[in-house]
Design a protein around this ligand. Structure first.
Ligand SMILES: Cc1cc2nc3c(=O)[nH]c(=O)nc-3n(C[C@H](O)[C@H](O)[C@H](O)COP(=O)(O)OP(=O)(O)OC[C@H]3O[C@@H](n4cnc5c(N)ncnc54)[C@H](O)[C@@H]3O)c2cc1C
Length: 253
């Protein structure tokens, strides 16, 4: 049984960047520790996010949310993975200007986009595009090595769309998890054809190819561009998947 949220700090926490790892040409992962106490500042459930507050990036303070890509079982830090949006205020700060030692203000953990063992099916299907993969990276890190034990799914399938092989966010961890019995990774490239990858954007045909015969025994979670999530949810409803077994996380702040 996965515990519900446990240790947390009220209000705006001070989180210090302890490490920065480049994922792709436009995406980096940031590892944070508690600035006052060191170590991880709070407990969370895979799929939850933090809201960061930036008071000095523009003329007015802004807040932006980022989902933890680390696993709740990693005790020393929390990590978020940020993709740079052209002209974006917060993502440009993260990608181009932030450095180890910077202290940011954030509050959380927030959100219910999580696997719920009491309600959800034994097969967890995750459908993502681009930076929408981050909650599923956290879930794979958390559950893949313990599939079938209490509080975890029996099986996990990740269908993820990236533009090209230049855009494979969290690729080392995804390919590592793919080797675990019960985990299936399907990666589709929308702008490149490469052996070993599916090709094309996520659409009805691709969803059917990935999940035919699985609809009644699966909980579906989807995260990414709104259009992709809407298309996925509509398709799943047409296959008879109940509303409670379709979960979506929007990245619109
Ligand atoms: C719950 C939640 C979790 C999130 N988790 C993550 C995460 O793990 N990793 C991550 O990289 N982002 C994540 N996001 C998105 C993130 O919060 C920001 O929206 C994103 O980084 C852009 O912010 P910005 O300040 O750089 O851009 P802004 O200054 O807000 O926007 C600049 C321009 O880009 C456009 N724009 C904004 N977002 C997008 C987008 N996603 N795609 C295309 N155009 C866009 C805006 O319309 C605007 O024109 C999450 C959002 C939410 C709500």
């Amino acid at each position: 049984m996965v515990e519900v949220t446990r240790r947390f700090k009220k209000g705006w926490m001070k989180l210090r960047i302890a490490e920065i790892v480049k994922e792709t040409h436009d995406t980096k992962t940031f590892f944070f520790v508690d600035d006052e106490e060191g170590g991880r500042a709070f407990d969370y459930t895979a799929g939850q996010y933090l809201t960061f507050r930036f008071d000095e990036l523009g003329q007015r303070p802004i807040a932006r949310s980022y989902t933890m890509s680390s696993s709740p079982c990693e005790a020393d830090y929390v990590a978020v993975t940020v993709k740079k949006i052209q002209g974006g205020q917060a993502s440009s700060y993260f990608l181009d200007f932030s450095k180890v030692g910077d202290v940011l203000r954030a509050r959380g953990p927030i959100g219910r986009f999580c696997y719920e063992p009491d309600k959800d099916k034994g097969h967890l299907a995750m459908v993502a595009a681009g930076s929408g993969v981050t909650p599923f990276v956290s879930m794979l890190r958390e559950y893949a090595n313990a599939l079938g034990s209490p509080g975890t799914p029996q099986r996990m399938t990740l269908l993820v769309a990236y533009r090209s092989t230049q855009d494979l966010i969290s690729w080392p961890v995804l390919t590592k998890c793919d080797k675990i019995a019960g985990v299936r990774l399907i990666t589709t490239l929308s702008r490149e054809q490469v052996p070993g990858f599916w090709s094309g954007r996520i659409d009805q045909a691709l969803l059917e190819k990935a999940f035919a015969g699985e609809y009644s025994k699966t909980t579906f979670m989807t995260c990414g561009p709104q259009e992709m999530m809407d298309l996925t949810a509509t398709f799943l409803r047409e296959q008879g998947v109940p509303e409670a077994q379709i979960k979506m996380e929007s990245y619109d702040n």
